[in-house]
Design a protein around this ligand. Sequence first.
Ligand code: ZN
Length: 195
Amino acid sequence: MTERSLDALIEALRRLPGVGVKSAQRMAFHLLQHDREGARRLAVALQAASEGIRHCERCHTFTEAAVCSTCLDGSRDARQLLVVETPADQAALERTGSYRGLYFVLMGRLRPLDGIGIADIGIQALLERAADGVVQEVILATGFTAEGEATAHVLAQALKAQGLSVTRLARGVPAGSELEYVDLSTLAHALSDRH
Ligand code: ZN
């Protein structure tokens, strides 16, 4: 099969994480055979999101406005700033319903083996954000993977050097875990038992 637009579709789908050539083919064939309307909606949604979504100026999460709705929510406790790796981790913590402070999303973590260092994870932006005079506690909620722990360690040192109070999610979360995959009650306990 050497249909150019089909090949292009399969190549595009392969850019998704965890999708190999067979999965990409299966998705493409499914859309074309069974769900043309779904294919059109996917195309429109992808275009709108890739052109309209940017990063919040204050917390760096995904938003369509300059500042996201969470940062603008006056009912949230601006004295607490919770640091996560990704918007998916932020969404997981929001689902627990037990956190009412604000967030800072690193959009990554230290990955020394891939050359991702301190400067790449926006540490300077975090230090500036945390030094607004309102934040009293920075809660480090990076994952409990080796890289997440290393990131938490580096951030804790930098934040403490600025005189900020720093806490870390409690160890109820299994080692090696990405936060977004941890069940909600475990996550809520890790938050309330932070130290
Ligand atoms: Zn924000």
